[in-house]
Ligand binder design. Structure first.
Ligand code: SER
Length: 627
């Protein structure tokens, strides 16, 4: 048996022994990345460094990163999809490349001192070349060498992608072996490692994709060789440096290491499933899907609420995803017959599970429990009425029939119905039943709304949203945008604003969070009352004075202690480990920050505050722009 904690420790220790510096996980909520609601991969917080910026911890780093992907939320419930997950990653920022990355991956996986997996049960895929990028002959050669050294077969599969006697390396196209986080950004070909979970079925003689689809092969690790930048017009440019970005899936690796067949059998889920069994008096074996959805969603919600950024359920952006996760879990809880308020009881186990790796979840325990309970109470009160309203809509559409008791033989064409999408949105507005959940409940009755219906409801939803960009960019998709020039400018403006706020309101004022798009900056800070128009004007004037002075923005690396001694501000100061980066703007502002920033305040234009409002108790929120 190898516990999750042992795996994390071994991984960090192994790469430390190869000259890597250990850095802590970044927040689950990306900073200054308007296109992505959550951190979806270990590489995401490191993008500036993959693009060439110098990382304070050096050019070899290793971490365990909290991640969240909601793109596959409908698939949660099968045996390998989950929303919150951890990624073990080692990084070369313009240092080593394919040869070392592959050799170290293999050593860590197979050496008895580390994971000691049987080399005979491992298979690898490589990039076969496409779109004018050649086949990855280097990766193939290195793999052939390491496999031969371990005394296992090392043949390369043909175009037919068949694994049979002697074959262990499978070249695949860009859909499988070319990795990018979103539409644009750093990217490159990759090599992925798979584990044979059922060797008892005998020697493999099958197509690679079939083996993945029937779960005999489980992907555990992906080494991406990032050497390109995909630009907004779809072109691939060479990056200034060659990087390695690897991601080992924590949950899957623990699964195979302990001989389980799916992630829900591991210590990362079992205590949560047991608690659901106790609360519902039902058996997991009889209700796998519902149990899995509930524990997955509550775990994700707990990690979001417990994150250092501390966001709350709301109707927009990440807050809406959080709301939807909690509400979906509650609904499945009700289906299992859990009548009490229960999500916080599961959250307590989640906090216990992760408190040593991510101390912030323990620190924020009270907030997590309160928010979950509030949201669950709100939803539970109206869920029943929401479902009644949904039934009324259904009945109106097909003539007074109860969808849960469809007459035998009744035919609805393709099981699809058309109603006014605004009514579906109205159910959300009135009863808090998110449109996707309405659709899902209908599916359980065997019917779906047609596309037009969902489109209308989505449009009504977007209109209602304060930030339509999150929805139009794909509410549940991850991905990265270019870190545009305007975003960088607004980021520097945020530093000026914080310094100005502290001059005007007092030095007890600290940053509580920020979110920057290319249009505006949003900034939360602690302050007990509404700011007066005079105070707002003063803050604007101070920031604009600094802009007019054309002050250089200087970045320096130093230890955290040195930074503190110099009086640098820093909210997320633990993020970069021992060494931190400090940005200084004259004698006006000094902050610990990962960047990026403009070189000189003179390029910023005119700073203007558009709105100042309450964000939560004791926290104010400013929205500001550069004109
Ligand atoms: N970025 C790659 C992934 O997410 C490897 O870390 O799979």
């Amino acid at each position: 048996m190898l516990s999750a904690n042992e795996l994390r420790q071994k991984y960090l220790e192994f790469f430390k022994s190869k000259g890597h510096t250990i850095i802590p996980s970044a927040s689950l909520i990306p900073e200054n990345d308007p296109s992505s609601l959550f951190t979806t991969a270990g590489m995401q917080p490191l993008v500036p460094f993959l693009m060439g910026e110098k990382h304070p911890a050096g050019n070899r780093i290793v971490d365990v990163q909290k991640c969240l992907r909601t793109g596959d939320i409908e698939d949660v419930g099968d045996n390998r999809h989950n929303t919150f997950f951890e990624m073990l990653g080692n990084w070369s920022l313009g240092d080593y490349f394919k040869e070392d990355a592959i050799k170290w991956s293999w050593e860590f996986l197979t050496d008895k001192k580390w994971l000691g997996l049987d080399p005979n049960r491992l298979y690898v895929t490589v990039f076969k070349g496409e779109d004018n990028i050649p086949r990855d002959e280097v990766a193939i050669r290195v793999w052939q060498e390491v496999l031969a050294n371990s005394g296992v077969s090392n043949g390369v599969a043909n175009e037919d992608e068949m694994i049979k006697a002697g074959i262990r390396i499978i070249p695949l196209g860009k859909d499988d072996n070319f990795w990018i986080a979103g539409a644009t950004g750093p990217c490159g070909g990759d090599t992925e490692m798979f584990y044979d979970t059922r060797p008892e079925e005998g020697e493999i003689n099958a197509k690679f994709s079939d083996l993945v689809n029937n779960f005999r092969l489980m992907e555990i690790w992906n080494d991406v060789f990032m050497e390109f930048l995909k630009t907004a017009d779809g072109k691939l440019e060479k990056l200034a440096q060659q990087n390695v970005d690897t991601g080992m899936g924590m949950e899957r690796t623990i699964t195979v290491l302990n001989g389980y067949t799916n992630i829900f059998e591991t210590e990362l889920f079992v205590p949560l499933l047991d608690k659901i069994a106790e609360l519902s008096c039902k058996k997991y074996q009889d209700n796998e899907r519902a149990f899995r959805i509930i524990v997955d969603h509550i775990k994700a919600a707990t990690m979001i609420l417990g994150d250092e950024k501390g966001i709350m359920p709301s109707n927009v952006g990440a807050g809406y995803v959080l709301r939807r996760l909690i509400r979906r879990a509650v609904r499945y809880g009700k289906l299992l017959g859990i009548d009490e308020i229960f999500t916080f009881k599961i959250a307590e186990f989640v906090i216990d599970m992760y408190k040593d790796t991510y101390p912030e979840v323990k620190k924020n325990k009270e907030f997590v429990i309160n928010q979950l309970t509030l949201e669950e109470e709100k939803f539970a009160k109206t869920l029943e009425n929401g479902i009644k309203a949904l039934k009324r809509i259904f009945a109106k559409a097909i003539g007074g029939i109860d969808p849960e008791n469809l007459p035998k033989g009744m035919i609805i064409k393709d099981n699809v119905i058309r109603v006014d999408g605004n009514e579906i949105f109205h159910i959300y507005e009135t009863y808090g039943l998110p449109p996707e959940l309405s659709q899902e409940i209908m599916t359980e009755w065997g019917i779906r709304f047609d596309e037009q219906t969902m489109k209308e409801s989505n449009e009504a939803f977007i209109k209602h949203q304060e930030l339509s960009r999150t929805a139009s960019a794909g509410m549940f998709k991850g991905g990265l945008a270019d870190s545009s020039e305007q975003t960088t400018k607004l980021h520097t403006a945020a530093h000026l604003m914080l310094a100005a706020l502290r001059q005007v309101l007092g030095s007890d004022v600290f940053q509580k969070g920020s979110n920057i798009t290319s249009e505006r900056l949003r900034f939360d800070f602690n302050f007990g009352q509404k700011m007066t128009p005079e105070q707002l004007k003063k803050v604007e004037d101070l920031a604009n004075e600094q802009i007019a002075k054309n002050i250089p923005v200087i970045s320096q690396e130093m230890t955290l202690d040195e930074a503190k001694k110099e009086g640098a501000m820093g909210v997320f100061e633990h993020k970069y480990g021992d060494k931190v980066k400090v940005y200084t703007i004259g004698d006006f502002s000094k902050e610990i920050c990962g960047g990026p920033h403009v070189d000189n305040t003179g390029v910023l234009g005119h700073f203007k505050i558009q709105k100042e409002e309450s964000s939560s108790a004791g926290v104010r929120r400013i929205k500001a722009i550069l004109e």
